[in-house]
Each structure stands twice: as C-alpha cells, then as structure tokens.
Ligand binder design. Structure first.
Ligand SMILES: [Zn+2]
Length: 262
C-alpha cells in the first residue's frame, strides 16, 4: 500500500539542537540519506521539516531536493523584520511554513507577529503547519490549536495541526469541524499516548471527521519509521477503521492536499 509520511525531520538522530542548526550540517548528504531511507522503508513521499531558517539564505543551487521529499521551513517570528524570512521561503518555492509555539516561544503577546506572517502567507497561497503537541515548560503559555483558531478567524489559509493536539485532540476536532481546510497529522502522538484514553479520542475524532483531513506521519527520528507504522496498525485494528479510511489516512488525503495547495 502506498504510504506518505507527512512529518519527518532531517537529522537522523533525535537531537533538537542539531535540528535548529541544520544549516551547519551537510544538508545535501542528509537529504540524500533520508530519501534513501524512505525508499528502504517503502514510504513513497515525505514532508521534511527544516527547523533552521538560515537554510533560506542558501544559494538556490545549493540544496538538492530529492523527488520523494517536500521541504518545509521555519521563519522568524519575534520581530517585524522577520517578514524577510517568509519572503525568502516564497522565492524558493517553499509552500509549507512551520510554526513551533514552544520552541519559538510564541506567547500570546507575539500572536500579532504570527498574524502578520499569516497575512503574507495567505497572499502567496502558502500553508502553515503549527506544532500542536502537548507539553513543555510553557504548557500553559503556548497553545498551537488556540493560535490556529485565531489565524483562521482572520485569514483564509490552510493549516496543518502537527501531532493533532495530544490531549487536545477534541479541541482540534472541534475547530476542524468549523473549517474544512484545517488538517492534522498523526505523527508522534499515537506512540506517545498509546494506552491512554487519548487514543480513543483520536479514533473518535478521526471518525467524526470522516477520516478525511488526517495525514499519516511518523515524526522520524523521534519515532522510527517501523515503530510509527506498528502503532498505526495497532490503532486502526483496535478501532476497526475501514479499508477506505486507512487508504485515506495513509496517502489519499495528503495527495488531495498536495494537488490543491502545494
Ligand atoms: Zn516533528
């Protein structure tokens, strides 16, 4: 069966510091190795999130993007001048901008910055991926789903809620019922929350949404490719997802998304 992994990282070890300094690593070699690894694991296509905006200053010919990868980048958030990053991303043809509320310390006082970026992104037909994992030391100060909801009130822009919200999966579902261009990915969460009641809520939410608008994802290397599929298979068996729903989640939903927005 065809598999699209909608959420992977470039550095092959779980090392968030390397992720934020990925421009200092041999990016082309890492891209090539990741591309090969996807092939070995029978994954047809993946979205790779690059968490170092210095990558945007690389010469156009410096990055070779393998055919089975779609590149996304972060941009600066804290300053008005940060608009320059998203302009660069647009010039490079990067359509997916990743926003990380915790790592980029996007407190409520910075929401206006994000809205400025969203305005530009809307104009340029870009997509925002907002990290909607649950936890961190800023647990009560950052909130990806809240931020996404605020953006959607003002701007007509597709949003992917990365990781689906964890314990806030029902919040994610509720706002997704209001807008048909909010999506979620399953990366990280199925493994991390396995055996908790949250997994049952993921099944409920996915079925409520008709198994559309949900993308399979691993969060490699934080969850390994085979591990991720192992939990996905457990999940679909336990909650009796139909063959059609499984195909939708594994590749059809993302293919439709790609055709429409990327
Ligand atoms: Zn991730």
């Amino acid at each position: 069966m065809k598999i699209i992994d909608s959420h992977v990282h470039l550095y092959p070890e779980p090392d968030i510091n390397k992720e934020f300094n990925i421009s200092q690593e041999p990016v082309n070699t890492l891209l090539f190795e990741l591309s090969q690894k996807l092939k070995i694991n029978n994954i047809d296509l993946a979205v790779v999130y690059l968490l170092d905006k210095r990558i945007l200053t690389f010469n156009k010919y410096k990055i070779k993007i393998p055919k089975n990868l779609i590149i996304s980048t972060i941009v600066g958030i804290q300053d008005y001048t940060d608009i320059v990053d998203i302009r660069r991303a647009d010039k490079k043809g990067i359509k997916i901008i990743k926003i990380l509320p915790y790592e980029q310390k996007i407190l409520r006082s910075s929401y206006n910055r994000v809205l400025d970026l969203a305005e530009f992104a809307e104009e340029k037909n870009m997509v925002l991926t907002i990290c909607s994992t649950y936890g961190s030391k800023l647990l009560y100060e950052t909130n990806g789903i809240e931020l996404a909801t605020l953006i959607k009130k003002k701007y007509d822009i597709p949003i992917i809620l990365a990781h689906g919200g964890g314990p806030k999966i029902l919040d994610a579902m509720s706002v997704m019922l209001e807008y048909d261009d909010i999506f979620l990915d399953l990366s990280f969460s199925l493994k991390f929350w396995w055996d908790s009641s949250i997994i049952k809520d993921y099944a409920f939410a996915l079925k409520k949404l008709g198994s559309k608008r949900c993308f399979y994802g691993s969060d490699y290397p934080y969850v390994k490719f085979d591990e991720s599929l192992y939990y996905f298979n457990k999940f679909i068996k336990k909650y009796n997802f139909s063959d059609e729903a499984i195909e939708n989640i594994l590749h059809i939903n993302f293919e439709e998304f790609e055709r429409k927005y990327l």
